[in-house]
Design a protein. Structure first.
Length: 364
C-alpha cells in the first residue's frame, strides 16, 4: 500500500451547465450513415446495432496520447477544486496533438443515498455537454466512477449503489458512439481488496453489458491500479476490455509536498535525473504491465502518470518524457495526470501550455 490519501481542500463552489450537445453529435454521425446505407443497401438489416463494434486493441491504439481532466468533475462539486471545464479546452487539447481525454467523475456525489440511487438529471446534462464537446473536438473520451471513497471503506454496503450507478450511466450512454469508453472504478483501494474487486468488477460489467453489449470497458487492478497487483486481477470472459494501470513512482518524487498525502513535505526537493537505475526502474515496472497484457491477451492503457508541481520542472520533464516514451514503446496508450490543475501541463490563467511539459508529452 502506498497509503495515498485523496481528499482535496475545498476552494470555491460550482455552477453546473444543464445543456447537452450529445444528441447533435450522434445525429451528425448517424445522418450521413443512414443516407449512405439508404443508397447502398435495399434494407437496413434488423440486427444493426446503434454502436459499431471496435476491437479493444484497435481502440487502445486510437486512445494513443491522452490527458486527464483532473480536479474538475471528480471534485464534490465542479469548481470546488479550483477548475471548471471550459468548452474551449477540448479543441486546445486536440490541437496540441492529444488523441483522447479521460474525465474523472464523482457520480456518487450526485446520486441519492437510498434506492433507487437516482443520479441528478442536471449532473447528467453537464456530463453530456462535456462529453459532446470532447467528441466534437475529435477526441476519444473515457468516463469513469472516480473518488467513490465510501466503497473503499465498506465495499458490501455500497455494492448495490455502485451497480445502480452503472445501470443508469450505461443506459444513459447506450447510444453514444464507441469513442466513449466506460471505466468501472478509479483506483480500488483500502478494504476494496482484490477479492472484493474481482467480484464487483465482474458484476459491474454484467450490468453494463445489458445496454452496451460491445462497448469497450476499462478496468484496473486493486491497490490503486498498481502494476504489481495485475497478478491478482481476474477478468470475466469478455472481449471488450482494456486494462488500465497508474504510475507515480518514485512516489516520493511525484507526490512531494502533495497536500492530500500526509507526511509528503519531507520529500520536497526529491529530484529525478534518470541516473542510478531510475530509467531502468520505470522500464521494469511498465514492462510488468506490458507482459501481463501479452500473457492475458489484453490491451494496456496507462491511465494516469504525472509529477506534482512542487517538484522541480527539469525533473518533471525528464520523468514525464521517459514514462510516456516507455509506455509508447511497450504499445500502451496513456493519459497524463493532468490538464490544468496541480500537475497541469496547461496554465489556465495564462491560457497557454507549459511548453516543457507539453514537449515531454508530445515531442515535435
Ligand atoms: C486522484 C487525484 C490525485 C491523483 C494524484 C488521482 O487518481 O483522483 O485526486 O490528484 O490521483 O495523486
Amino acid at each position: 500500500m502506498d497509503g495515498r490519501q485523496k481528499d482535496k481542500p475545498i476552494m470555491q463552489t460550482s455552477r453546473p451547465t444543464p445543456y447537452s450537445l450529445l444528441v447533435t453529435h450522434f445525429a451528425r454521425l448517424l445522418i450521413p450513415l443512414l443516407l449512405l446505407s439508404a443508397c447502398t443497401l435495399p434494407t437496413i438489416p434488423a440486427t444493426m446495432t446503434a454502436t459499431p463494434v471496435v476491437d479493444p486493441f484497435e481502440q487502445n491504439q486510437q486512445l494513443g496520447r491522452g490527458i486527464n481532466l483532473g480536479n474538475t468533475l471528480e471534485a464534490p462539486r465542479e469548481g470546488e477544486w479550483g477548475l471548471t471545464i471550459r468548452d474551449e479546452y477540448f479543441p486546445i487539447i486536440a490541437k496540441a496533438g492529444f488523441d483522447s481525454v479521460r474525465i474523472p467523475i464523482r457520480w456518487n456525489a450526485h446520486a441519492q443515498m437510498e434506492p433507487p440511487y437516482t443520479i441528478d438529471s442536471s449532473f447528467f446534462a453537464r456530463v453530456d455537454h462535456v462529453v459532446a464537446k470532447a467528441l466534437d473536438a475529435g477526441l476519444l473520451v473515457v468516463i469513469n466512477i472516480h473518488h467513490y471513497e465510501e466503497i473503499m471503506i465498506d465495499p458490501p454496503a455500497h455494492r448495490e449503489r455502485m451497480l445502480a450507478l452503472w445501470d443508469q450511466i450505461a443506459s444513459h450512454y447506450q447510444d453514444a458512439p464507441p469513442e466513449v469508453i466506460f471505466e468501472v472504478l478509479n483506483e480500488p483501494n483500502n478494504r476494496l481488496t482484490a477479492g472484493h474487486w474481482n467480484e464487483l468488477l465482474a458484476a459491474a460489467i454484467e450490468v453494463i453489458r445489458v445496454t452496451n453489449p460491445t462497448r469497450n470497458v476499462m478496468v484496473g487492478p486493486a491497490n490503486w491500479y498498481n502494476v504489481n497487483w495485475l497478478a491478482d486481477l481476474e477478468l470475466p470472459e469478455d472481449e471488450h476490455i482494456i486494462v488500465s494501470v497508474h504510475y507515480y513512482d518514485p512516489f516520493r518524487f511525484t507526490h512531494q509536498g502533495a497536500e492530500w498525502v500526509p507526511g509528503s513535505d519531507p520529500w520536497l526537493g526529491s529530484t529525478w535525473t534518470g541516473e542510478g537505475g531510475q530509467t531502468e526502474a520505470v522500464e521494469r515496472d511498465l514492462s510488468l504491465a506490458a507482459s501481463w497484457g501479452e500473457r492475458n491477451n489484453r490491451p494496456i492503457n496507462l491511465g494516469e502518470f504525472g509529477a506534482y508541481s512542487k517538484a522541480d520542472m527539469a525533473s518533471r520533464v525528464l520523468w514525464t518524457h521517459h514514462v510516456a516514451r516507455t509506455a509508447e514503446e511497450l504499445g500502451m496508450s496513456w493519459a497524463y495526470w493532468e490538464f490544468a490543475s496541480g500537475f497541469g501541463a496547461y496554465d489556465p490563467v495564462a491560457k497557454q501550455w507549459r511548453a516543457e511539459l507539453l514537449g515531454a508529452l508530445i515531442p515535435e
